[in-house]
Write a new protein. Structure first.
Ligand code: NAD
Ligand code: MG
Length: 393
């Protein structure tokens, strides 16, 4: 029996995780579920999975949930606040932590899980983007098993030699080919991008996801964050990672070897596949995902990315090459800019403008510990807010 904490259980990845877990009651048990403030959904999840703990960030919602659970004769204990997120990651009875909080808020609990040596199913790519070296050092020091859940990184993990040790050359690996759908605006005329709405940006052609990552996919910042994520997971340099636009989202990424072999992982675009892979690794279990019908897919297309249309992708490569605090600054500026776009305070095309201005304004420094990351994150958020105020004047 594997005992799980699901961080961000009310989100898109959290829901898919619970869907897979529910198919295998003999294999997985839920110890803790966490959410920001989605009270009703978390209540229903508690009734279905009977966790020992439920965590809400919002205090008022936590009191309410506690009452609802008592009235339903549930024994789940409700905790509240950021510290409680860390607490449910390091419990001795927890084997595995699904890190599926969105954004920088996921960093501290995911890092706590790494320090405690838990098996980590990593969906929260922002952890690696912000604090790649701090997090990877913690994983190595504690001996945590780290399984990438992001579909592309899960595909790369599957296409790499078992037990890959971070040495691409010694393993005969030439390049990582990171696929991207190109998002909803792949073919939208540039002139029309200025006026696109949050709902248009969130209408992804192939994947159903949370709103922040959906906007990231539309700007291609998601792929930029994933380049940085791949750098840390596989010890690959910026030059070793090639983004390939593949609109069908059937090939989830590829690994090219020196002998000319290219190994890919294919499947329907459904996150339950990488989640089931991570949960059961090294075994395979049913995920609920239907068989891939190659005759229906029929055609697979590949196009080089257009860096002019998608400046966020170049900004991410730039931040990866600058190293140190630059990726944390990129991530923070992006979170602020995306939130402003979702609130209709800035137009879509201002997202890369805000990020570029913040990267230009803040000097890059080295990252030795978590505090270095958190102060760069705070400075970048502040600088991004100032940029947005100037833009809206
Ligand atoms: P989502 O918005 O659907 O869900 C986010 C979850 O985090 C919710 O449970 C929410 O309650 C919780 N949360 C939000 N803010 C919080 C805060 N400040 N403190 C604590 N909890 C908070 O997001 P998602 O699409 O499920 O994405 C989750 C993570 O997985 C992101 O890092 C995303 O990049 C990554 N990811 C998602 C997908 C996908 O298909 N959705 C694919 C690959 C990677
Ligand atoms: Mg992805």
């Amino acid at each position: 029996m594997q005992n799980l904490t699901v961080l961000g259980s009310t989100g898109s990845i959290g829901g898919s995780t619970l869907d897979v877990v529910a198919r295998h009651p003999d294999k997985f048990r839920i110890v803790a579920l966490t959410a920001h403030r989605q009270l009703d959904l978390l209540f229903r999840q508690c009734i279905q999975f009977n966790p020992r703990y439920a965590v809400l960030l919002d205090e008022v919602a936590a009191v309410q949930l506690s009452k609802m659970l008592r009235d339903a004769a549930s024994s789940t204990e409700v905790l509240c606040g950021v510290d409680a997120l860390e607490q449910v990651c390091v419990l001795p009875e927890v084997d595995t932590v699904m890190a599926a909080i969105v954004g920088a808020a996921g960093l501290r609990p995911t890092l706590a899980a790494a320090k405690a040596g838990k098996k980590i199913l990593l969906a929260n790519k922002e952890t690696l983007v912000m604090a790649g070296n701090v997090f990877m050092d913690a994983v190595r020091a504690s001996g945590s098993a780290l399984l990438p859940i992001d579909s592309e990184h899960n595909a790369i993990f599957q296409a790499m030699p078992r037990g890959y040790d971070g040495d691409m050359a010694a393993n005969g690996i030439k390049r990582i080919l990171l696929t991207a759908s190109g998002g909803p605006f792949r073919n939208t005329p540039l002139a029309e991008l200025q006026a696109v709405t949050p709902d248009q940006a969130c209408a992804h052609p192939n994947w159903v996801m949370g709103r922040k990552i959906s906007v990231d996919s539309a700007s291609m910042m998601n792929k930029g964050l994933e380049v940085i994520e791949a750098h840390w997971l596989f010890n690959a340099s910026a030059d070793d990672i090639q983004v390939v636009i593949h609109p069908q989202s059937v090939i989830h990424s590829l690994v090219e070897y020196v002998d000319g072999s290219v190994i890919a992982q294919l499947g329907n675009p459904d996150m339950r596949t990488p989640i089931a892979y991570g949960l059961a690794y090294p075994e395979r279990i049913d995920s609920g995902v239907g068989a891939l019908d190659l005759f229906k897919v029929a055609t697979l297309d590949f196009v080089a990315p257009d860096y002019e249309r998608f400046p966020c992708l170049s900004l991410a490569y730039q931040a990866l090459r600058a190293a140190g605090t630059a990726p944390a600054v990129l991530n923070a500026a992006n979170e602020i800019a995306v939130a402003a776009f979702l609130d209709k305070r800035i137009p879509f095309l201002s997202i890369p403008r805000v990020i570029a201005a913040v990267l230009d304004a803040l000097p890059v420094s080295t990252v030795c510990c978590l505090d270095d990351v958190l102060s760069a994150d705070a400075a970048a958020r502040h600088a991004a807010q100032l940029q947005i105020q100037q833009l809206s004047k």
